[in-house]
Every structure is written in structure tokens, then in C-alpha cells.
Design a protein around this ligand. Structure first.
Ligand code: GLY
Length: 361
């Protein structure tokens, strides 16, 4: 779905109009009631396609709570050793240790939980939920998060799979030409990557939950946490408005509190996809010049995804899909509703042919 110039201007005009709304009027606006016959809705990053089907089924057939449904959805990826962006099998940090981040919010109870740099537990989303449910805190990190998880009955395991250990080793060997590690025979360039999953769920009653989980940036400095466990950046949920989340370069999103920003734009009346585009524009405005090309466009990725309480959804990314180099799921997000699970197109700010040549994570 290409964002035509006309559409873009419409969106920009709507954004401008929304941003001039007086705060008192915004604050006084009553939440959109959810239609009593409404169906559940689940929205996620594209890697959540199997998960949105699980989350939808849980809400539609078992009447599950929306946060429980969303977490069940992301657990699929967290426990999949072949998914190198989250949980078991995630890419490790620069020392070869897998450190996981996650956060969640529960709309009806207005509660939140998060963990950062968690080692040895495959499902940080469930540990974040345990922090939310069993403590007066919101955010536990490192050894404290792990000790808490073990006390709550989570089982410790080695999260570094052979595939991810090999990828780390390849990266380590190619790092410095003059070090004591012998380079591989081929001439590979091992890029950094991250494979976060965000999922937001709306049940038929209009209650909302959101979760984001990740192994973060591959080869990161130990202790680094990205946006995923930051409430308001990696995900955010307001039961009167909607929910939003993000994937991509956490360092860029943290500075704009992107998920919170998207929800606030929806509160002012924006469609979820317009709100996501607006958050991307703000992200660029807040990016240091070393990460922008000569035309002021980002040389990294950030995506936003959102759903509103009245059942609308959308997502946006910086660049349109490439013809050849991208996997089929690039430029899409996952949705499940009464029409079934599917990938839908992300809106975007820049045409693909304008994509800066040297893109980093
Ligand atoms: N968005 C995932 C990260 O930056 O860690």
C-alpha cells in the first residue's frame, strides 16, 4: 500500500489539525465505546503472524484476557529456537551471552511490568507479567530480574543455541583484522540485527493488552537495554484509547517515547496508521545527524504498530518495500480478526528507490 503524495498530504493535514486541539477538549473526550457484538482484534509485528492466530483464538473461543492472549502469542516465538530475535536462540551480546528484554501493559487494571538484560529464562514476557502481578515494582533488570524469575518458579536454561553461537563466533572473528581471532575463509560482513516482536490485543468487551519482547541488538554491549522493556517506548496501552508498540532501533525510539506518542495521537483522533507515521516523523526529528543521510533520512529501521479501542489498526515504517532484497514479510504487519490471521501492508514515509544505500539496524 503505497503512501501516495495526496494521501500523505491528507495525513499531514489531519495531523496538523489534531495537534492544534486544545488539551482541555482532548482530555474531556469520552472513550469510544466498543460495539457489544465486536470481535477481538490482534495486531503484531510481521514475525507475530503465527502468534496473532493463537491470541485471537484464545480471546474468541476461551474468553481469555487480552494481555494473556497476547503473551501466549509472543511465547510461540520466544520458545522457538530458530527465531534469533527473541527468547531461546536469540542473538547474544558481545560476550556471547543472551540477554533478553520485555515489557507488558494491562489496560483494564492499568498495570505494567518489565524486565531488562534477563539471562537464562526463555520467556521474558511472562517474567514481565509476573513483575506486574506479584510486585509493587514495574521494572527489574539483570541479576535481580533473574533471581525474581527463579523464585517465581521459572526454569533456568542455556538460551544460546549452536546456530546463534556460530553467528556470534563469525562476528567475533571478523571484528578486527589485527586481533588474535583467525578470520573465516570467506569475506563475510556480519551485520548487527534484532528481531523484536510486539503484540497488542483487543477483546470483544473493549479491554486491551500489549507486550513486546526481544533479545535486543545482536553483539550489544553487555547490559544494554533497548526500547522493548521501556514502558511508553517499546509498547504502551491505555484502555480508553488503544495500544501501540515498536520494533527496530531501540535507541531511536526511546528518545521519542514512541508507543506512548502513538497512543496520544490516537487519543487526539488520529487513525492508528496516521499516528504511527507521525511517530516516525518525530523519530527522525529527534535523530542525531550521524544517523541520517545527506537528505536527512534515517539509515536505520523503526516500525510502529497500533490498534484503537474502536477496532481500527495500522502500522508504519520508514521505507517502502524493496523489489528483491527483502523477505516477503518486509513492509508488513500481522493482524487477526474475524477475517482470519494475515499480513497487511505498513504505510511508509519514503519510496524504496530513495532508501539510503548503507542501512544499518
Ligand atoms: N527494538 C529492540 C531493541 O532495540 O532492542
Amino acid at each position: 500500500m503505497e503512501l501516495s503524495r495526496r494521501k500523505f498530504l491528507e495525513i499531514t493535514a489531519a495531523s496538523a489539525a489534531a495537534s492544534t486541539l486544545p488539551m482541555a477538549k482532548v482530555a474531556g473526550k469520552s472513550p469510544t465505546p466498543r460495539n457489544k457484538t465486536a470481535n477481538p482484534l490482534v495486531v503484531a509485528s510481521a514475525n507475530g503472524l503465527p502468534g496473532v492466530a493463537v491470541a485471537y483464538k484464545k480471546m474468541a473461543e476461551d474468553n481469555a484476557d487480552p494481555l494473556e492472549a497476547a503473551i501466549a502469542g509472543v511465547n510461540l516465538q520466544e520458545l522457538d529456537p530458530n527465531d534469533q530475535g527473541v527468547g531461546l536462540g536469540g542473538f547474544p551480546n558481545e560476550l556471547g551471552v543472551v540477554q533478553l528484554d520485555a515489557s507488558c501493559m494491562h489496560g483494564p487494571s492499568k498495570r505494567a511490568g518489565a524486565v531488562g538484560a534477563l539471562e537464562g529464562i526463555a520467556t521474558p514476557s511472562l517474567v514481565a507479567k509476573a513483575v506486574m502481578e506479584h510486585t509493587d515494582h514495574i521494572f527489574l533488570v539483570g541479576q535481580g530480574a533473574k533471581q525474581f524469575a527463579l523464585k517465581m518458579g521459572f526454569k533456568e536454561q542455556d538460551l544460546l543455541t549452536e546456530k546463534s553461537r556460530q553467528a556470534w563466533l563469525d562476528w567475533r572473528r571478523t571484528l578486527n583484522p589485527g586481533d588474535n581471532w583467525l578470520d573465516p575463509d570467506d569475506d563475510r560482513f556480519i551485520q548487527q540485527s534484532a528481531g523484536t516482536i510486539n503484540m497488542c490485543a483487543l477483546d470483544a468487551k473493549g479491554d486491551i493488552g500489549s507486550v513486546t519482547t526481544t533479545s535486543g541488538l545482536s553483539w550489544k554491549i553487555p547490559g544494554r537495554v533497548g526500547d522493548s522493556p521501556i514502558i511508553g517506548a517499546g509498547q504502551y496501552c491505555d484502555n480508553t484509547v488503544g495500544a501501540a508498540g515498536s520494533t527496530g532501533r531501540g535507541e531511536a525510539n526511546i528518545k521519542v517515547c514512541g508507543a506512548f506518542f502513538v497512543v496520544e495521537m490516537m487519543r487526539r483522533g488520529m487513525h492508528p496508521r496516521e499516528a504511527c507515521l507521525e511517530a516516525l516523523k518525530r523519530t527522525i526529528e529527534m535523530t542525531e545527524s550521524r544517523l541520517l543521510d545527506e537528505q536527512g533520512r534515517p539509515t536505520f529501521y523503526v516500525n510502529f504498530y497500533a490498534l484503537s479501542k474502536d477496532g481500527k489498526h495500522g502500522g508504519a515504517t520508514f521505507y517502502g518495500p524493496s523489489a528483491a532484497q527483502r523477505p516477503r514479510s518486509y513492509g508488513t504487519y500481522a493482524v487477526a480478526d474475524d477475517q482470519g490471521p494475515r499480513l497487511e501492508k505498513l504505510y511508509y514515509l519514503f519510496e524504496d528507490y530513495e532508501r539510503p544505500r548503507k542501512m544499518m539496524f
